[in-house]
Ligand binder design. Structure first.
Ligand SMILES: *Cc1c(COP(=O)(O)O)cnc(C)c1O
Length: 332
């Protein structure tokens, strides 16, 4: 497989802009912070999954599938973007969501329904454990389902972020003040974003530190996500014939900001959301970007970046979840 010959459908608007966060940077008194606006990818209120889905849904169409299945939490941004992409391409969409049906759908879940997705509630299991059963049901009904992995994270999804790194390089080269980022910071959770940026940087011989802020607890033991991420990178490099030899010890995955666990909003997220909103007019989300920006702000306060450097925060989307977290975000 070669990256440039892989099928793609256009679902978003690229390149996404890069903005300087002048007021927030001045407030924090550290490095100059820039932001890559993947909250503006253009598909159904945006987000990083659009990049992966351009390749994953193209694969579904190429395989002649008539519906897609994916999984996530009730407020999954991935599921919302998958539902929208499937609608655009005329594919059925089945979402296996953790938890139970609420009395009233809000945020991403409300949007899933507007895009016509079929929702299957799976209780405690929010990572697609029930997908094989659903595949069999759909096959027995004569359907041809395509399974989009949890978070859209496999080699095909990662291609979207290898290309995203190339997009960033073109923007840096063509900007009037040549941009050079010492660090690229983002929320890391199912892995294709992190994997794509690591491999993209390897291909372009870039020098930035690629720093993922881990969002979710390691439920399968210490470093289980890091091992899974390294495996995805190695698998993708192999499949795409990229000569990458990096070891797991070279990955920057920060585990310090998981707080009370996935989707639990604390003071870290509340402050980051409030600062970005009030200094920059930019919305972060309570689960991913609020936590990742909270981590970045903490690292800046701990003087982990040179005051002369440029740090890029990669906004991965998620703002529709804000409404579903209204009670946690009162009076920030
Ligand atoms: C899915 C998601 C992420 C994490 O990206 P992965 O590629 O799954 O690691 C980060 N931010 C938001 C808003 C997301 O929806």
């Amino acid at each position: 497989m070669s990256i440039n010959t892989i099928n793609k459908v256009e679902l978003g608007v690229f390149p996404t802009p890069i903005h300087k966060l002048a007021r927030l940077s001045a407030h924090l008194g550290g490095p100059q912070i820039y932001i890559k606006r993947d909250d503006l990818t253009g598909l159904a209120l945006g987000g990083n999954k659009t990049r992966k889905l351009e390749y994953l849904l193209a694969d579904a169409v190429a395989q002649g599938c008539d519906c897609v299945i994916t999984a996530g939490a009730a407020q999954s941004n991935h599921c919302r973007q998958t539902a929208a992409g499937a609608a655009k391409l005329g594919l059925g969409c089945h979402l296996v969501l953790g938890g139970q049906a609420p009395n009233m759908a809000n945020g991403n879940l409300l949007l899933d329904a507007l895009f016509g997705a079929h929702i299957h509630w799976s209780g405690e299991k929010r990572k697609g454990e029930d997908i094989p059963k659903l595949v069999n049901e759909l096959l027995s009904q004569g359907k041809k389902p395509y399974v989009v992995p949890y978070g859209g994270s496999n080699t095909i999804g990662a291609i979207g972020f290898i290309q995203a790194y190339s997009e960033l390089m073109s923007q840096c080269e063509s900007s009037h003040e040549t941009l050079d980022f010492s660090d690229i910071v983002f929320a890391s959770s199912s892995g294709a974003t992190h994997c794509g940026l690591v491999l993209g940087q390897h291909i372009h011989k870039g020098k930035s530190n690629i720093i993922g802020i881990n969002i979710d607890k390691d439920e399968m033991g210490k470093d289980s996500y890091k091992c899974q991420l390294q495996a995805l990178i190695e698998q993708s490099a192999h499949t795409l014939a990229i000569d990458y030899q990096g070891s797991i010890d070279e990955l920057h995955l920060i585990d310090d900001y998981i707080g009370q666990g996935y989707g639990v909003v604390g003071e870290l997220e509340r402050e980051a959301i409030a600062l970005c909103a009030q200094y920059e007019g930019i919305l972060l989300d309570p689960v991913y970007t609020g936590r990742a920006m909270g981590g970045l702000i903490d690292m800046i306060r701990r003087k982990q970046f040179s005051a002369h450097s440029n740090v890029l925060f990669w906004h991965t989307g998620g703002a529709p979840a804000v409404f579903a977290y209204a009670s946690a975000l009162q009076n920030v």
